[in-house]
Each structure stands twice: as C-alpha cells, then as structure tokens.
Design a protein around this ligand. Structure first.
Ligand SMILES: O=CCCC(=O)O
Length: 501
C-alpha cells in the first residue's frame, strides 16, 4: 500500500508516476486558486482514497489562455506530426493498461475485466484519430462563373472544452480529446468529480508522448462547483467548441450557455434505449447480447437497454432464462477477480434506482429478482433486478434507469413494438433481434434513434459514428470524417483568373 496525502491508497501501481492529483494546466501540475480540495471515493467501499483541487470560475481564464497560446503554434503542426503524437500517446496508454484499469476500478467501481474492456475500446479512439489527422482534406472545383476557381480548406476551430461523464471516463476523454488534437485544436477537459484521476493520468501520458504544454489541460472540480466551472468554460470567448456527454437536462443548459457566443456544440445526451426481440430471434444470441449490454457497468451506460420488449410467443421463456442468468451475477468490489458486477458509481445512483423500482412496484409491476440496495462493505451496491409488467406511465419507462435493473414489456405485433419503442423524447440507440431480413430492414428505417443495433447489443466503435437524435443530442463522435469535422471550420477561397475565361 502506498500513501498519497492523508489517504492510504487501496492499490499499488507498477508505474507510480501515473498517479497525479493536481490539475494540469500548460504542462504543469497546479492547485486551484482557492486551494480547496475534494475527495475521490471508491464506490466499492464508500471510502475516499485521494483528493483533487476544487477549481471554480476564477481558474478558467488561465487555463483557456494557456490552451489558446498553445493553439497558436499547435495549429501549425503538420498532420503527420499530429498523427505521430497520437500514436505515441496510444502506445503509452496501452503500455500502462494494467495501472489505468486499477485506477478506473477504484473511481467507477466497474470490475477489472470491464476496466480492461474500456481501455481497449478507448485506444480505438487514439488509434483511429491518429489516422484521421492525415485524412483532413479540402476541395477544389470549378464554379458556375467560367473565370473563377473555388477551393475549401479545413482549419482547426481553436480551443475546445470537454465536459466528461464518470461512467466511461477514459473512453469519453479519449473520444473527445483525440479528435480535437487530430484536428489541430487544443483542449481543456473537465472530468466528473467521481473520476478525475484517470483523466490526469491520461494528461500525464499525453505530455510524455510529446504533446506541447497547453495542448491538453485538465481542470478538476467537485459536484458543487461543477456548474460554475462548466458555465465559465461555456461562456469564455476563446473557447470555440464545447463537447458534452451527460444528461439531457444539463445538455440543454450547455447549449443555452454556448449560444451567447455561438460556440459549436456536440451533445451526447440521455438514452432510454429500447430493445425489441421477436419470436423468430435466435434466443441465445439475443440473451447473450442484451445481457452484456444491460449489465455492462451495472447498467450505467447511455446506450444501455432501458426497456426490453419481447414478443408474446417467447416472452415467458426469455424472461425465465434471463432471470436465471441474473441470479448468477456475482456482485462485489471491482478489484476482486470473482466479481462480475460492481457497485453503481454514486450514492445518488442507489437512491434513484430505489425510487424507480418503488414507483414501478406501486403501479403494479412484478419484481422477479432483486429490487433493493445491497449492504456490502460500505459500497454503493444495488441488487441485479428484473421487473416485468412495465407500463408507459411508470417513471422507469420514461427515465434513464442507470442501474442494474432490467425491465420487460410483452408485445404482439411489429407495429405495436415500433410505436412503443419510439414513444420517448430520446433517440440515442435502439436494438432489434430477428432473423427476418425484411423486418430487420424495416426496423432499421423505422426505429427513431441515431444508432440501431441489429442482432447485436454493441454498436460502439471508434470507426462508427456515435450520436443520437431527438433529445439525445446532436453532433457525431467517432467515425470517418464526421467526428473530426466537429473540431474544424471550412474556409472557402474564390480566385478570379485572367486569360482562362
Ligand atoms: O455512456 C456513454 C458511452 C457508451 C459508449 O460509448 O458505448
């Protein structure tokens, strides 16, 4: 056991250099102006293990100015060099995979195997965007007037800010920062209060990889100062782009704050994602895929299965098999190798899950297994839960659950299922399981979401555009061209030629 400040670290790292607990601005580890700190808690024990600076609005200007100073030179770094820097960062993250996974487990609570999974998913972004850096291209064309030529060039926007959630803190930092750095932008990341240490470790590795001081900056803060710090970033004149992943409620605030200075905004917001399983689906395939989707990080993913619709011919059988699988889940601390599901990340997650389950129960839903908080070593555990008989008026059908609670609804016809699945203000991801190719194609076209998983519960990948429609937000992260485009402007040049009319 090592020591950090007044806390005893609950783990040891192979590379202790990775552990930092001050903000990172212009290549330096810094305290906040107020000197105040907050505690980072292990969700598996409820115990604090390290502290970080509480930055507020007064800390923003210095960070933005340093990111802007760096931008003035970084924007001129060639795409090949930007790609090489990203590859070097990617290599260092892979080298430190085990230690990053250890930190991730103690910030989020997820089991070690899932932490490795997140890091492998995340390095997809550094790898992918390294390639994208060299694929940024403009156009040349002949316009309607014969003596003219028109060209477009792509240029980096400037300083970008990333407001990052706690559920996939490494993946979300890398999905945003790798795209920004590939485009030639510099970035300030505000990690969630629950997960600042992984963000700081990534910044340390970025600096080791050779990114110049000020290219990637991290401002940590606690829950109380998060609105103030985020607002100051959204309002700052030199911040030209904000990328936010989080709730629809906060996403609307971010869009409003950014509208004053007309900043470009990417919003990856709430899900409430439906899954529709037809009688002709391969039951084992559907079970394995949806189960992995639902219980990934104890149900705390924006793309998770929030409502599971199963056709009447297989409903009872599917529910029985599902419940049997849920009973096999081993709940425990993420660092324990026998654990298959960890705690939820925050104490407020437990309260929300309990209130959603209680509301469903009071309105007539049936609880097949679980349904309440699990007392275990002081951690934030909730029992893996299965509920059927969900009705549209229940809160659990309308809100994101963000807990290990699966909810089942029986349906008869395709039309009925599509209507029910689309009956939400959200539109992030939808999933369907059927072996009928005509139906599959209809579902692909008729389900209202930015991403449709067809016989799969996992459509997230660096090479695939990620993003929702409706109140799940706008803009795309990852994927070819679209994600880097979020950090670029297009400049049009028009040239009049003599002697060529
Ligand atoms: O929770 C949001 C992100 C999940 C993902 O990238 O698959």
């Amino acid at each position: 056991m090592g020591l950090k400040g007044k806390y005893e670290l609950p783990f040891e790292l192979n590379n202790p250099e990775l552990l930092h607990n001050q903000s990172f601005v212009s290549g330096k580890w810094v305290k906040s102006k107020s000197g105040k700190t907050f505690e980072v808690v292990d969700p598996g024990t409820g115990k604090p293990w390290i502290e970080c600076p509480i930055n507020d609005a007064s800390d923003v200007d210095d960070a933005v100015k340093s990111a802007h100073d760096c931008f003035e030179s970084y924007r001129k770094v060639s795409p090949r060099t930007r790609a090489q820097l990203l590859f070097q960062w990617d290599a260092l993250i892979r080298e430190n995979r085990e230690d990053l996974a250890t930190i991730l487990v103690h910030e989020t609570g997820k089991p070690k195997a899932e932490a490795y999974g997140e890091i492998d998913y995340s390095t997809g972004f550094t790898w992918w965007f390294a390639g994208e850096a060299e694929r940024i291209q403009g156009t040349v064309f002949q316009p309607s007037l014969p003596d003219r030529r028109v060209f477009t060039i792509k240029q980096p926007l400037g300083v970008a800010a990333a407001l990052v959630p706690w559920n996939f803190p490494i993946a979300m930092v890398l999905r945003k920062a790798a795209a920004a750095l590939a485009a030639g932008c510099t970035m300030i990341v505000k990690p969630s209060p629950e997960t600042p240490i992984t963000a700081l470790a990534l910044a340390y590795l970025a600096s080791k990889a050779g990114f110049p001081d000020g290219a990637l900056n991290i401002l940590t803060t606690d829950l109380e100062k998060t609105p103030e710090l985020s607002e100051a970033l959204c309002r700052h004149e030199l911040v030209r782009k904000v990328s936010f992943t989080g709730s629809t409620r906060v996403g609307k605030l971010v869009a409003r704050l950014c509208s004053d200075s007309l900043k470009k905004v990417t919003l990856e917001l709430g899900g409430n994602c439906p899954v529709v399983i037809f009688d002709d689906a391969n039951l084992d395939q559907a079970l394995a895929q949806v189960f992995a989707l639902k219980y990934r990080h104890a149900g705390q993913a924006c793309v998770t299965a929030n409502r599971i619709y199963v056709q009447s011919g297989i409903f009872d059988k599917f529910l029985e098999k599902w419940t049997a699988e849920v009973k096999k889940i081993v709940v425990g601390h993420g660092a324990d190798n026998t654990t298959t599901m960890g705690p939820v990340t925050t104490a407020r997650g437990i309260e929300k899950a309990q209130s959603l389950v209680d509301d469903a129960k009071s309105k007539g839903a049936t609880i097949h297994v679980g349904g309440k908080k699990l007392e275990k070593n002081g951690g934030y555990f909730f029992e893996p839960t299965v509920i059927s008989g969900i009705k549209p008026d229940m809160d659990i059908a309308k809100e994101e659950i963000f807990a290990p609670v699966s909810t089942f609804i029986k349906f008869d016809t395709e039309d009925e299922a599509v209507k029910a699945a689309n009956d939400t203000s959200m539109g992030l991801a939808s999933y369907c399981f059927t072996k009928n190719i005509d139906r599959m194609w209809r579902l692909f076209e008729n389900l209202d979401a930015g991403m449709i998983g067809m016989n799969t519960g996992n459509s997230s990948a660096a090479e695939s555009p990620f993003g929702g429609i409706k109140q799940s937000g706008y803009g795309k992260e990852s994927g070819k061209d679209v994600a880097v485009a979020e950090y670029l402007i297009t400049k049009t040049g028009t040239l009049t030629l003599e002697g060529q009319a």
